[in-house]
Design a protein around this ligand. Structure first.
Ligand code: SAJ
Length: 431
């Protein structure tokens, strides 16, 4: 019996022990889904607070209530550690670590490399390794594979161990599409690798979508998020075009969205926030530059999207000027600093760029966000104003940067002297 068939049999019997490296918004839900499918799961994370919380059965991720995690931890089906030696007893390891950018804008895959080096220390015959972190095409075979099939290990990919890439598709806060029911793309270094990956994920996730290689799977994820970034860049340019045409961009986009086919609605905004969309496409354009190709749509969309905070800061300056006021010394209240509505995440939030730009021009800027009571981010340390009504009354200009559902937008509109609305949260009267 080959190592592959033995692994697949252990998976079928739920005897396989699964490790998940990285217990964030991707790794923890994945670990829970495997544990609920009957596997013994060990989470590995360098953050002792995460390890302690999971060991007590307490969740720190919105998508996983403690009531769902606790029974698994208490039944011993799920545990956590910071000691990578736990991998020695595991049959499968899923890597769910961050893939940020360096300050230079180049991919930072140091977390992937660190995980691969740890796995290499405990790699044994019959082990399956699956990379989930979003990265450029080629990472699995060019970076991970050499570390696992180093001559001293004597282990051969596809025969002794198995290596796959399967992109994460977690959208934090979403309840309709979850880790368990979102189709999961899977590519293997060899057919045997793909077979092992499909066996494991197919035991816990409703639909596994095989593709011909790890590179195809890596590219699939980047296409998904590049599609969003480029279309958001397009509608932000539509805003700039409509302004010159004297048209309301949101009216035009809403009207276009009535087309029941061949159109997908995106809306202009303050820029591009989050930990995925602003970053993932730059992994792709970086890789293509190494192949002497310039990914023009990605670069143009990035140029337009990153220019939006400056566009909106200028709108504030112009609006105050039209009201006979200088931006310098004006009280400006920013509503919403999270990167998108109804979340508390601030990563790459364009609202922060707008605040910086307004402050640079001498405005006295405060903010309110029901999901962000205070923050210390990118050189700013601010607290949300406590009394929204009085803050609006005192403001020379209100900037709507994040259109949280918690706001009473008609009331904001009535109370504000001046509004710059980057999200069209305040809707004009219907025709
Ligand atoms: N944004 C716009 N206009 C739009 C849509 C978004 O300005 O029409 C802005 C948002 O305000 C935000 C940024 O772009 O600042 C990104 O927004 P997003 O809706 O893409 O949200 P994310 O970053 O949470 O994207 C995640 C992604 N999920 C994964 O990578 C697994 C993405 O693939 C999902 O499609 C997206 O959630 C989703 O649909 O909610």
């Amino acid at each position: 019996m080959t190592a592959g068939t033995q692994l697949i049999e252990r998976i079928a019997r739920r005897d396989a022990r699964v490790a998940v490296i990285g217990l964030g918004y991707v790794g923890l839900p994945l670990a829970v889904v495997f544990a609920e499918a009957g596997f013994h799961v060990v989470g590995v994370d360098l953050d002792p607070r995460k390890v302690a919380a999971i060991s007590c059965g307490e969740s720190y991720i919105e998508d996983i209530p403690t009531a769902r995690l606790a029974p698994l931890a208490h039944a011993g089906r799920m545990s956590a550690t910071s000691d990578f030696a736990a991998l020695r007893a595991c049959d499968a390891v899923c890597i769910c670590v961050p893939t940020p950018l360096h300050k230079t804008g180049d991919p930072d895959i140091s977390f992937i490399i660190a995980a691969a080096d740890q796995i290499a220390r405990y790699l044994h015959p019959g082990m399956l390794v699956v990379l989930e972190s979003t990265t450029y095409p080629g990472t699995t075979t060019e970076v991970i594979l050499p570390r696992l099939s180093a001559p001293e290990s004597g282990l051969r990919v596809g025969q002794d161990f198995f290596l796959c890439f399967s992109p994460e598709r977690v959208d934090p806060g979403r309840t309709d599409w979850t880790t368990a029911n979102t189709p999961k793309v899977m590519g293997g270094v060899t057919p045997q690798c793909l077979q092992a990956g499909r066996a494991l994920y197919g035991a816990a996730i409703q639909t596994v979508v095989p593709v011909s290689s790890t590179e195809a799977a890596e590219m699939t994820k980047l296409l998904e998020n590049t599609f969003r970034a480029v279309n958001i860049g397009l509608v932000n340019e539509v805003l700039l075009m409509c302004e010159r045409l004297g048209l309301d961009a949101w009216e035009v986009i809403d009207a276009a969205a009535t087309k029941p086919f061949g159109f997908m609605k995106f809306t202009p905004g303050p820029g591009l926030g989050g930990h995925c969309i602003p970053i993932d496409p730059l992994y792709l354009s970086w890789k293509l530059r190494t192949l002497n190709y310039r990914a023009q749509f990605i670069e143009l969309a990035s140029e337009i999207n990153t220019a939006m905070p400056r566009y909106w800061a200028r709108k504030v300056q112009d609006a105050l000027n039209d009201a006979g006021k200088s931006l310098k010394g004006s009280q400006v209240l920013v509503l919403g600093v999270a990167y998108k509505k109804d979340v508390s995440d601030m990563r790459e939030s364009p609202a922060i760029d707008i605040i910086h730009l307004l402050r640079e021009k001498g405005a006295v800027v405060s903010y309110h966000d029901p999901h962000v009571p205070s923050f210390r981010y990118e050189g700013l340390a601010l607290e949300s104003v406590q009394h929204l009504d009085s803050a609006i009354n005192q403001a020379d200009c209100v900037v709507i940067a994040t259109d949280h559902s918690a706001y009473d937008w008609p009331a904001v509109s009535r109370q504000s002297r001046l509004i710059v609305d980057t999200r069209r949260a305040v809707r004009p009267a219907a025709l």
